[in-house]
Design a protein around this ligand. Structure first.
Ligand code: PHE
Length: 407
């Protein structure tokens, strides 16, 4: 459940639906699923194998397989920290909007007014920084409560609730007059749009969506019981993540089209278009929507914080509570910079998802495929075919996407 929580996040809600529509509907979904099966899942298995086999934090795990690969431990932990910082800004916005929705803050507003509200929030450092700190504080409280009592318990309750919320929004959205166009936007297959950038986008999205390459899956796997099967954990996580992304698409796009608005992605979709559309249907729907965004963001942010905390506890010998406080403090500084300076936010997003994440994923695949004793790797990945994908296919594809994305 915790792995599914890490995977399901803002990536599913604000990027996936738009990407599908832009890149050819059902044709893109097919490519996305193939990318997941042939590249992302093998990397998931590689990362989980490292965690489960070494039972250490990200740094210690890589170091114990090959001392030379220590640097990859640092880049993964750094990536988790950077993602935590800018993700907390968006988490903060969702808290801000949740509070506004309780007061019916968007009812009767026009799209232009919603745009002004969003811009004013971004322009007010006090508002955006304090909401970011509340979000980071909630993340720290959950992680501080421990792996079982904090992360485990939160995930077991919140993920099913989140699922129900998104299904409810999808049912409402699909029942609106004119919703059919949104469905068509999402699923009508257009194979002519499947060019190299679309395929690279599918792969990049599936990496981010499955939380790969930054040590979250590694760290969570290090807490798995010996008899737990990581192939089924990975399979379920990827299945749930994809199904959730599709349902989020059906919750969002039909409503956007029913309102006669051009679809978009990112902040403008979630914080400008949707609050106005959902407010037309009463006070409850926007509250449910922002609550869902908040839960999705929290269940991901706790996994990023856990990576850094596990490292400080295992390598630095710190107490868990002290480690949580230290990372909270550091992320508060970088998060504040992200909250007030859109350029810093953009740079953090770019460096972590296009550079560090790719490095990490490549390192995990190469370590399991080429450094770890073959029998040990096979004991965890079980199938020769999966081992082969980790050894050859995944590294080649990662280099290919990294080059395509950076060009
Ligand atoms: N998978 C999360 C999402 O889709 C993001 C994430 C990335 C979480 C890396 C943890 C680590 O939003």
């Amino acid at each position: 459940m915790a792995m599914a929580g890490s995977a399901v996040g803002l990536g599913n809600i604000w990027r996936f639906p738009y990407m599908v529509g832009e890149h050819g509907g059902a044709a893109f979904i097919i490519v996305y699923v193939i990318c997941c099966l042939l590249v992302s899942l093998p990397i998931f298995f590689a990362e989980a194998t490292i965690g489960k086999s070494t039972r250490r934090d990200t740094f210690g795990a890589l170091e114990s397989i090959s001392p030379k690969s220590k640097w990859a431990g640092y880049t993964a932990i750094l990536a988790s920290f950077i993602i935590l910082s800018f993700y907390s800004v968006v988490g903060g916005w969702s808290i801000d909007y949740l509070i506004r929705s309780f007061g019916g803050g968007f009812s009767g507003r026009s799209m232009a007014e919603a745009r002004e509200v969003f811009a004013a929030m971004g322009a007010s450092p006090v508002e955006s920084v304090s909401c970011m700190l509340v979000f980071l504080g909630l993340t720290a409280m959950i992680v501080g409560a421990g792996v079982d009592k904090g992360i485990g318990r939160f995930s077991k309750i919140s993920i099913p609730v989140l699922f129900v919320m998104v299904v409810v929004i999808a049912v409402v959205s699909l029942s609106l007059p004119g919703a059919g166009k949104g469905v068509e936007y999402l699923i009508r297959p257009d194979f002519s749009k499947l060019d190299a950038p679309a395929i690279a986008a599918a792969l990049g999205q599936s990496f981010f969506s499955l939380s790969l390459g930054v040590g979250t899956i590694l760290t969570y796997s290090s807490y798995m019981k010996e008899d737990e099967n990581l192939i089924s954990a990975g399979g379920w996580t990827a299945f749930f993540d994809t199904v959730f992304a599709l349902i989020a698409g059906f919750a969002i796009m039909p409503a956007v089209f029913a309102a006669g608005i051009e679809p978009a992605a990112g902040p403008s979709l979630v914080f400008e278009t949707l609050p106005v559309i959902f407010s037309r249907m009463g006070v409850v729907l926007p509250v449910v929507f922002f609550m869902a965004i908040l839960i999705a963001a929290l269940s991901s942010s706790i996994s990023m914080l856990e990576v850094v905390v596990a490292w400080l506890v295992d390598q630095g010998g710190m107490r868990r509570s002290h480690a949580v406080l230290a990372v909270f403090g550091a992320a508060a500084v970088l998060g504040s910079a992200c909250a007030v300076a859109p350029r810093v936010f953009g740079a953090c997003d770019f460096v972590s998802s296009n550079v560090l994440m790719m490095f990490g994923a490549l390192a995990f695949a190469l370590l399991v495929g080429w450094k770890m004793p073959r029998e040990e790797a096979l004991r965890h990945v079980r199938y020769r075919f999966v081992y082969w994908l980790i050894r050859y296919a995944a590294p080649v594809m990662i280099v290919a996407i990294a080059v395509t994305n950076l060009l």
